[in-house]
Design a protein around this ligand. Structure first.
Ligand code: GLP
Length: 242
């Protein structure tokens, strides 16, 4: 595991965008695993800027996102489908037909998860997986549990995740209680994993996840076993790490 220290959020975003750019330049038809949440927003902004300058071409790229809320329509501005279009897909030349997320409007969980597993298999695996880090160590929506779930599954979001995401909704009652998420095996099978973390409020979980014991209670800790992980974190997020 490689830890890259960034000065601040902007620096973290640039460094992460550099790594994604290198991937796209070296393999123009790569599969990018993408993430939502507030942390990667600056990374996407930087990629869009470089695309606008003519330095990046997403024309042959395929994307698979980590997760999606269950029950939100694509038009809902809190759905991850909406987020990805808003932050990246509508701003670069990616082929929309090559961008994939779990289908949050499929009420049959088994069907939705099976379909997404088939999509991930059909694109041939992930070259670079971008991840944020939840306050309880979740990656995607893999919440603390007794085991690591291998493939796409439906999760009941924890109280703390619902509370953390409340800020994006009008009230806590509107925050979905369930989501579809890519599983840990799929994430671990990505050739390269890039984790972005920012802010003092993440310092404790950074220490636990990347320097503590490997346990499904802190799902991100499993990344310590991956052969090629880069954590790009700012000074505040690394403040508890010696
Ligand atoms: C959400 C997402 C995760 C994300 C996490 C942290 O629950 N499903 O993929 O990494 O929150 O979000 P943030 O970056 O806003 O702290």
């Amino acid at each position: 595991m490689k830890i890259v220290k960034a000065k601040d959020y902007k620096d973290m975003s640039r460094k992460a965008a550099n790594i994604i750019s290198a991937q796209v330049i070296m393999k123009p038809n790569c599969v990018l695993g993408l993430a939502t949440g507030s942390t990667p927003i600056g990374t996407y902004e930087q990629l869009v800027e470089w695309y606008n300058q003519g330095d990046l071409d997403f024309g042959q790229v395929t994307t698979v996102n980590l997760d999606e809320y269950k029950g939100l329509t694509k038009e809902n501005d809190q759905s991850y489908y909406y987020f990805m279009n808003d932050k990246l897909f509508s701003k670069v030349n990616v082929n929309k037909e090559r961008t994939f997320l779990p289908d949050g409007m499929e009420p049959d969980s088994e069907k939705a998860c099976k379909a997404y597993n088939e999509i991930i298999a059909s694109v041939g695996g992930i070259d670079l997986q971008l991840l944020g880090l939840g306050h309880n160590g979740h990656i995607g929506f893999n919440e603390p549990a007794d085991t690591f779930e291998a493939e796409t599954h439906c999760v009941d979001l924890t109280e703390s995740t619902i509370k953390a995401n409340q800020r994006f909704f009008a009230s806590i009652d509107e925050v979905p209680k369930q989501a579809y998420t890519m599983g840990i095996k799929t994430i671990m099978q990505a050739n390269k994993v890039l984790v972005v973390v920012s802010g003092e409020d993440k310092a404790k979980i950074v220490k636990e996840a990347f320097f503590g014991p490997i346990t499904p209670r802190v799902q991100a800790s499993v990344l310590q076993l991956h052969k090629d992980v880069i954590v790009v974190a700012d000074e505040a997020a690394l403040s508890l790490v010696k």
